[in-house]
Design a protein around this ligand. Structure first.
Ligand code: IPM
Ligand code: MN
Length: 370
C-alpha cells in the first residue's frame, strides 16, 4: 500500500488536484497500483477558522504517509508570507525536502519563443536554505538586539545580532545562509540524477560575483564534487542565465540553482515552455517524505470557474509515480497528455476550449487506451 496525503489547499488547488487524482486512480484501476488516498485540510480556510498553519500534529500525522500530493497554498484574505511560510515552506523544511526538481520541456506548439527550439531541462533547486532560510529582522530606530534561531534536520543554528546605527532610521535585513553539508548532499543528488540520464555537464547558477561569501562556499563544493564525479561544472551568473534561457534554452540540460534564483528561473522557464499551467515540481527528500505540486500558485481569482489548466498537477502526479520507481507508468501519463494536446484538446490559457475537468477526462481516456 502506498499512502498518499492529499492536500488540495486553496483557490484553484482543489480543482487541479481532482484531475491529478483522476489520473492516479486510472493507474490504480489499470495497473493495480495500490494507492491509499487521504485528504487533509491544511489551508487558508482552516487558518481563518482556527488560526492553525502546519501544526506539529499535522507534521506527525503526515510522517505516516509515503508521499504528499499538494494543490496550491495562498489566499487574498491572508497577508502575503503567512501561509507561504507557515504551510508550504514549513513542510519543505520539516520534511527536509532539500531538493526541488522542476523539469521544463518545450510543449509544442505552446512554446512562447519566436523561434521554435526544442529543449528539455531538469532544474534542481536547492530547497531548504539560501535566502529562504528565514533569518531576517527589523532594526527599528537604528538599534536592536535579537537572536535568530534556525532549525533544520541537519543542524540547529543560533545567530545573535546586535545592531547600532548612527541615526534613528528603520532598517531591515534578510540573511542568506548555506551550509556545506547541505550543499554537498544536494550536489550528490544532482550528480546522481545527471549520471542516470547519461549527461556529463551541470550548469550551476549563482551570483558569486556579488554575493561572494555564500556562493563561494557553494562553488567550492561544486568544484570538488564535479571533479570527483567526472562531471563538468559550468557556472552561470543568474542574470546571464535568465537571458540565456530565453535566448538558447536548448544549450542547457541539467541546471542546479540556489533556492531563490531557482524560484525565479523556474517561473521564467515555465513561461518559455508554454506557461505556468504546464510546470510541475517535486520537493524531494530521497530518504524521506516527498511532496509533489504544480509550480503555479492558488490563482484565487479563477477559483471555482473550472477553467484552469490542470496539466501541471497531472505532470506532478507523473513525477510522483516516477519516484515510486514506476517510470514506465510515469511515461504513460506524459504520453497521454501529449496525445490529448495532439487532438486539439487544451484549456483556455493555451488558446483552447476545454474546461478543467474535460481536459482531465481526456487524459484519462488516452491513458485507458495505452
Ligand atoms: C514556489 C512558490 C513558493 C516559493 C512560495 C509560495 C513560497 O513561489 O513554489 O515557487 O517561493 O518557493
Ligand atoms: Mn515560485
Amino acid at each position: 500500500m502506498y499512502k498518499v496525503a492529499v492536500l488540495p489547499g486553496d483557490g484553484i488547488g482543489p480543482e487541479v488536484v481532482n484531475e491529478g487524482l483522476k489520473v492516479l486512480r486510472t493507474l490504480q484501476a489499470q495497473y493495480g497500483l495500490n494507492f491509499d488516498f487521504q485528504e487533509m485540510e491544511i489551508n487558508a480556510e482552516r487558518y481563518l477558522r482556527t488560526g492553525k498553519l502546519l501544526t506539529d500534529e499535522d507534521i506527525e500525522q503526515l510522517k505516516g504517509f509515503d508521499v504528499i500530493f499538494l494543490g496550491a497554498i495562498g489566499d487574498d484574505r491572508v497577508p502575503p508570507g503567512i501561509l507561504e511560510k507557515g504551510i508550504l515552506l514549513k513542510a519543505r523544511f520539516a520534511f527536509d525536502q532539500y531538493i526541488n526538481h522542476r523539469p521544463a520541456q518545450l510543449w509544442k506548439p505552446f512554446g512562447r519563443l519566436k523561434r521554435e527550439v526544442d529543449f528539455k531541462i531538469d532544474v534542481y533547486r536547492e530547497n531548504t536554505e539560501d535566502f529562504y532560510i528565514g533569518a531576517g529582522g527589523r532594526i527599528r530606530e537604528g538599534a536592536c538586539e535579537l537572536t535568530l534561531d534556525i532549525e533544520r534536520e541537519l543542524y540547529d543554528l543560533s545567530i545573535d545580532i546586535e545592531a547600532n546605527a548612527s541615526n534613528t532610521d528603520d532598517y531591515a535585513f534578510e540573511i542568506g545562509i548555506m551550509s556545506k553539508k547541505n550543499i554537498e548532499r544536494f550536489a550528490d543528488y544532482v550528480i546522481e540524477q545527471t549520471k542516470l540520464v547519461g549527461e556529463k555537464r551541470i550548469t550551476v547558477v549563482d551570483k558569486a560575483n556579488v554575493l561572494s561569501d555564500i556562493y563561494h562556499l557553494w562553488r567550492e563544493v561544486w568544484d570538488e564534487k564535479g571533479e570527483q564525479a567526472g562531471i563538468e561544472i559550468q557556472y552561470m551568473l543568474v542574470d546571464a542565465m535568465s537571458m540565456a534561457l530565453v535566448k538558447n534554452p536548448d544549450k542547457f540540460r541539467i541546471v542546479a540553482t540556489p533556492n531563490m534564483f531557482g524560484d525565479i528561473l523556474t517561473d521564467l522557464l515555465a513561461e518559455v515552455t508554454g506557461g505556468l499551467g504546464l510546470a510541475p515540481g517535486g520537493n524531494i527528500n530521497p530518504n524521506g517524505l516527498s511532496m509533489y505540486e504544480p509550480v503555479h500558485g492558488s490563482a484565487p481569482k479563477y477559483k471555482g470557474m473550472n477553467t484552469i489548466n490542470p496539466t501541471a498537477t497531472i505532470l506532478a502526479a507523473k513525477m510522483l509515480v516516477d519516484n515510486m520507481g514506476r517510470r514506465d507508468l510515469g511515461s504513460k501519463i506524459e504520453g497521454a497528455v501529449r496525445r490529448t494536446f495532439d487532438k486539439g484538446i487544451y484549456t483556455k490559457d493555451l488558446g483552447g476550449k476545454a474546461k478543467t475537468n474535460e481536459f482531465g477526462d481526456a487524459v484519462v481516456a488516452e491513458l485507458r487506451k495505452m
